[in-house]
Design a binder for this molecule. Sequence first.
Ligand code: 2AM
Ligand code: CA
Length: 267
Amino acid sequence: MSRHTPSMSVMVAAARKAARGLQRDFGEVENLQVSLKGPANFVTAADRKAEKVLFEELSKARPGYGFLMEEGGVVEGSDKSHRWIIDPLDGTTNFLHGIPMFSISIGLERDGQIVAGLVYNPISDEMFIAEKGQGAFLNDRRIRVAVRRELAQSIVATGIPHIGRPGHKGFSAELDLVMNEVAGVRRMGSAALDLAYVAAGRFDVYWEANLAPWDVAAGIILVREAGGYVTDLKGGDAMLDTGGILAGNEALHRQLGTVLKKAHKPA
Ligand code: 2AM
Ligand code: CA
């Protein structure tokens, strides 16, 4: 069993409340597929509603904490040392297409350090949580990163740069090398869940570029508390600033890092 702090209880309660709206709205998405424009607007509304619930619940429980949110941006708090980093709906494209692979992600930062993270998939009802020094949990059961040490036996998760965004060429070069070294590549479409799956040992290792802080803040502490390594794509600690992320156990983190580096060397 996990013993959480009161702050984690607040996060769990807020996520469950926001999830109820997302569950309802996800059920509606299929009815809206007939109109091409319909679902996109509907999903944006679902996303905003979920964020509003999270904002209200967390503000009520912890007045003064600041916020960094995907939709609402920065909200300065009177308490300068605490900040929530929130993605109310990570995996928007999946949600829009009726694919039940999306999540609510909440990170808590204290004095610039992430001290708690929650990633919740409202459809599978899987709640991933971690607090600094307390380990990582999935629905109250302790989770750990995978023990596999050979890339050739590993499932590697990634994300493909989005349409209209830079990095397609570099990503192709990376994938070209990676797919020759591993047992399989997965692209699920929710960075927060990808990291949660690494923490749970489902994915052995994961890399992606150009992510936003709210995509990864909670997932980073999940992986670390599950015994894994997380760095940016250069091996540094600037995940939130660069948007690049490489996560897995120590051996696979190192090995995948080496493969990725090769992809960017001139031939
Ligand atoms: P989203 O579903 O909240 O948009 C998929 O590879 C991941 O990339 C998802 O976590 C997705 O989050 C995120 N993503 C999509 N567009 C993005 C953008 N413009 N900037 C940063 N992350 C993005
Ligand atoms: Ca996101």
